[in-house]
Design a protein around this ligand. Structure first.
Ligand code: AR6
Length: 180
């Protein structure tokens, strides 16, 4: 992973509810139906309203690691980027690759739409059971690599709902800063 102070300065870690963020896009940790569910997915659909579900019905779902973009409807965010992460089995079933794809493809959708800010939840670390420390490393590395290789430096917000994930992300970013 190639990272500079300039790149790391684009990364913000915060604790809270992603549905309240006024950014260009928030990312939804969805399921493959893209038709809503529990956790952050349920919160996003509730806050965005019926229009979001109607648009999601036209998308024909998504495979794990794919990402599809919709409007933000009643959310303060302009867009929602929906991506099903992997269901964690044993760590040897391609979970890391799929989780990386979720972050990579979400960044692709942001770039295609010329977005300048994006907020991510900790994809797969709830119902889907991905170990939080490992998931944090994939989330941060994939996004930094993307920004570096694509020369696309935008504001990244990692919005953690639970204090365990928040602490993990804070410590990891501190670790990366110390390596500079
Ligand atoms: N803002 C930010 N993060 C949140 C919020 C919120 N409002 N609510 C929960 N989280 P999960 P998954 C955190 O289970 O593991 C759904 O039913 C939560 O603390 O939402 O990818 C989908 O439809 C956790 O750290 O998503 C799928 O069926 C993180 O979001 C399935 O769950 C992800 O937890 C996807 O499972």
């Amino acid at each position: 992973m190639a990272f500079s102070k300039e790149l790391l300065d684009h990364i913000h870690v915060m604790q809270g509810d992603i549905t309240t963020l006024e950014v260009d896009a928030i990312v939804n940790a969805s399921n493959t139906s893209l038709l809503g569910g529990g956790g952050v997915d349920g919160a996003i659909h509730r806050a965005a309203g019926e229009g979001l579900l109607e648009e999601c019905k036209t998308l024909n779902g998504a495979r794990p690691g794919e990402a599809k973009i919709t409007g933000g409807y009643n959310l303060p965010a302009k867009y929602v980027i929906h991506t099903p992460g992997p269901v964690y089995k044993n760590g040897n079933s391609g979970e890391e690759k799929t989780l990386g794809n979720s972050y990579y493809n979400a960044m692709m959708r942001a770039k295609e739409n010329n977005l300048s800010s994006i907020a991510f939840p900790a994809i797969s670390t709830g119902v889907y059971g991905y170990p939080k420390e490992d998931a944090c490393r994939v989330a941060v590395k994939t996004v930094i690599d993307f920004m570096d290789k694509e020369e696309y430096h935008i504001d990244i917000y990692y919005v953690l709902f639970d204090s365990e994930n928040y602490t993990i992300y804070k410590n990891y970013i501190k670790e990366l800063n110390n390596e500079l």
